[in-house]
Design a protein around this ligand. Sequence first.
Ligand code: FES
Length: 193
Amino acid sequence: MNSTTEERTLPSAAQAEADELLAEFPNKKSALLMILRIVEREFGMIDDGGLALAAKLCEVSPAHVLGMASFYTHFKRPWHGKHRLMVCATLMCALGGTKQALEQIHRTLGLRPGEITHDGVFSLEKVECLADCDRPPAMQVNFKHHVKMHGEALDRLLAELLATEKKTPADYENQTPIKMNAAIPIVSVKQDM
Ligand code: FES
């Protein structure tokens, strides 16, 4: 695991894109969300170095950027796994199998919501309504939408994810996951977006 405070500099094409964007606003602060998206895209996530870079570009304090990046939970942060599993836990999905889906994920990856695997490859979150209430339980993996995620369909999805990483459930047996709220930066795994 490495530090996430590394100083960040945008590649020249991305810097030109950011400059063009910033020039459109009389107040650079107004471009912050879009600048964060550029930072996330270029570095695969928004770490402390990315927060500092966005603050510098938009001429705001790092605390202001942190507030924005924490409020919008869709931003990828260092403590999210390379594969970010988000399971809907709002009423219709809760009635339609969220608990069973979470148990299935736990059996395969050893994860409970709010945890990340020891190797940083998978993380699991319970989220609010994903707008597919009539096909529960809904979930997203790296923001790709999946519905009716129970039984064989969920097993298949998990098997595909494991195969992508050349892993098996055995890799996660008897391993202690890391709590996301421990805010441990995990950047040793390449964060493909
Ligand atoms: S309640 Fe789960 S998608 Fe709406």
